[in-house]
Write a protein that binds this ligand. Structure first.
Ligand code: ADP
Ligand code: MG
Length: 241
């Protein structure tokens, strides 16, 4: 198996606050890793450092076998897709235009080709009938599925999800998790920050518990959820389950 992401000794500070305190993490091709941990433990910051939305202070990040240098962050952003809690769609563009935008502007794909690609992806997330609507007309679950299609349009090597369902009404969570489950089955490499423990248990190859900017425990979901060793993990699970 090939390493899709390799992180060595990652440190991140905001001012005096050390938010990531030496993270070492390797994610293999086709692996699905779920990150869990209390609010403020550094999960979002870790994802944002992987995608170079935040600048790390120390450490090395390899993507697809290559050490990423600061001047290459635009290439990284093409390889690493990101789906946020708030869907961040372009409000003045229709659904299909949102999906076509990246391939056209960044990849210089011609419009016809981008249109065909976008329709394929909308079919995958079950939204062909909404192609010509504007985001404001869609439910949160539908908007998040558009955001996933938009991310897929860039053909990323890895997709990072930061609490993709936590802004949704409970009845809309399932449709988004179901799309993510399909992506996992297709063999996509994914890192997912989530509080949906049932989903993590079902879909994750590995679960990582982050505590105060460090990996406190990691393992297959059965181990993490049914036989947690670290006391802080036991407490965390006790609070949320
Ligand atoms: P999580 O996603 O696990 O809830 P975050 O990565 O968002 O945690 O935040 C980790 C810590 O870093 C928190 O203490 C948070 O307040 C702080 N933090 C996050 N982003 C910033 C920022 N842009 N400036 C200053 N502090 C930040
Ligand atoms: Mg967060």
């Amino acid at each position: 198996m090939m390493d899709m992401i390799r992180i060595k000794n990652l440190h991140k500070y905001f001012g005096d606050l050390e938010v990531l305190r030496g993270i070492d993490l390797t994610v293999e091709e086709s692996e699905v890793v779920c990150l869990i941990g209390s609010s403020g433990s550094g999960k979002s910051t870790l994802l944002r450092c992987i995608n170079f939305l935040e600048k790390k202070n120390e450490g090395e990040i390899y993507i697809d076998g290559k050490l990423v240098l600061e001047k290459e962050i635009n290439q990284v952003r093409q390889k690493v897709g990101m789906v946020f809690q708030r869907f961040n769609l372009f409000p003045h563009m229709t659904v299909i235009q949102n999906v076509m935008e990246g391939p056209i502007t960044v990849k210089k794909m011609d419009k016809k080709e981008a249109q065909i690609l976008a329709m394929d992806l909308l079919e995958k997330v079950n939204l062909v009938d909404k192609a010509e609507e504007y985001p404001a007309m869609l439910s949160g679950g539908q908007q998040q599925r558009v955001a996933i299609a938009r991310s897929l349009a860039m053909e990323p090597k890895v997709i990072l999800f930061d609490e993709p369902t936590s802004a949704l009404d409970p009845e809309l969570v399932g449709e988004v998790l179901s799309v993510m489950n399909d992506l996992a089955k297709e063999g996509r490499t994914m890192i997912i920050v989530t509080h949906e423990m049932g989903f993590a248990k079902e879909v994750a190859d590995r679960v990582i518990f982050i505590n105060e900017g460090q990996i406190a425990e990691e393992g297959p979901p059965e181990e993490i959820f049914d036989h947690p060793k670290d006391e802080r993990l036991q407490n965390f699970l006790g609070q949320i389950l």
